[in-house]
Write a protein that binds this ligand. Structure first.
Ligand SMILES: NC(=O)c1ccc[n+]([C@@H]2O[C@H](COP(=O)([O-])OP(=O)(O)OC[C@H]3O[C@@H](n4cnc5c(N)ncnc54)[C@H](OP(=O)(O)O)[C@@H]3O)[C@@H](O)[C@H]2O)c1
Length: 277
């Protein structure tokens, strides 16, 4: 792992960096001249990612850091390590999360609770832990936006799908948190952007809880994780309230806004077919 002169490069913390979109963010930020703290539970994966990234971008420092977003102590320790190692934090990418499939009536409450713990409370924990460093970075900066928070949410945070009510609820919660936070932090020049990937080719689909509805799009048809990562970086440079990355996502959100009843009607038909009723 290479090092650089302290304070010269901006620093990002990416959660859920051991796979998929988070790992792609680490590489995209390193390529763009950032140092990165890569957080997740699987340290071996983070170490391999750090080695691979710094061999590709020798000027970058990548710090693998154990960060289980479900746990207060782990998150606190992770942000302390980042402060000690880099002395600054310019961007937080709240990306860690997982899916849970199953109908609302049949899925156990524990599944909902655990999903919320990671996808919503995990974001809250990391955001609060990052605030002192982000505030310090914003106070020092003379730019329009002195620091940035980017949430990796989903289309389903604005329009829920049947068969994944738990996951949708976590992303709806995340969207609400983000809207409040954006307004609260604007005066401190800390931006809050929300990136909504479409279907993305990552481990998300294999590692999700429960059984994915058969009629859903095949994960192999999804976008590459790098596309999402580039959008995350673009939001750090030029904040966006809510970014939808596919034409279908944009059309779906517009339809939901104009006529939610029509979207319900389309989905009821699809769900009927899925259930064979
Ligand atoms: N893939 C898609 O189609 C898609 C679409 C829309 C939105 N998203 C969102 O994109 C984000 C990234 O997902 P992905 O597609 O890249 O999935 P992925 O390949 O499965 O990666 C998920 C990452 O989250 C981490 N993670 C899970 N639980 C964690 C915890 N408790 N603490 C810390 N890290 C945790 C995993 O690391 P460890 O297991 O090592 O901790 C892993 O690095 C998620 O928020 C997801 O909801 C994905």
């Amino acid at each position: 792992m290479s090092t650089n002169s302290a304070g010269a490069r901006p620093v990002a913390f990416v959660t859920g960096a051991s796979a998929g979109i988070g790992a792609a963010c680490v590489k995209v930020f390193a390529a763009a001249g950032w140092d990165v703290a890569a957080g997740a539970r699987r340290l071996d994966r983070l170490q391999a990612l750090a080695t691979e990234t710094t061999s590709q971008y020798p000027n970058a420092t990548v710090l693998p850091v154990v960060c289980d977003v479900d746990r207060d102590d782990s998150v606190a320790q992770a942000f302390q390590s980042v402060g000690e190692r880099f002395g600054r934090l310019d961007a937080l990418v709240n990306n860690a999360g997982y899916g849970a499939y199953g109908t609302v009536a049949e899925t156990k409450v524990e599944v909902f609770r655990a999903n919320m713990e990671t996808n919503y409370f995990g974001v809250l924990r990391c955001t609060q832990a990052a605030m002192p460093l982000l505030r310090a970075a914003a106070a020092k900066s003379s730019r329009r936006w002195g620091a940035a928070i980017v949430m990796v949410s989903s289309f389903v945070g604005r329009r829920a799908l049947p068969g994944m009510g738990s996951y949708c609820a976590t992303k709806f919660a995340l969207e609400g948190l983000s809207e409040a936070l954006r307004v609260e932090l604007a005066g401190e020049r800390i931006s809050v952007s929300v990136v909504n990937p479409g279907l993305t080719r990552t481990e998300f689909h294999a590692s999700a809880e429960g059984e994915r509805p058969k009629s859903y799009l095949r994960p192999a048809t999804g976008m590459p994780a790098e596309t999402v990562a580039r959008s995350v970086l673009a939001c750090v440079r030029r904040p966006r309230r809510n970014v939808y990355l596919t034409a279908a996502g944009k059309a779906g959100i517009a339809a939901q806004w104009i006529s939610p009843g029509f979207v319900d009607w389309v989905m009821k038909g699809q769900w009927k077919k899925e259930r064979g009723t």
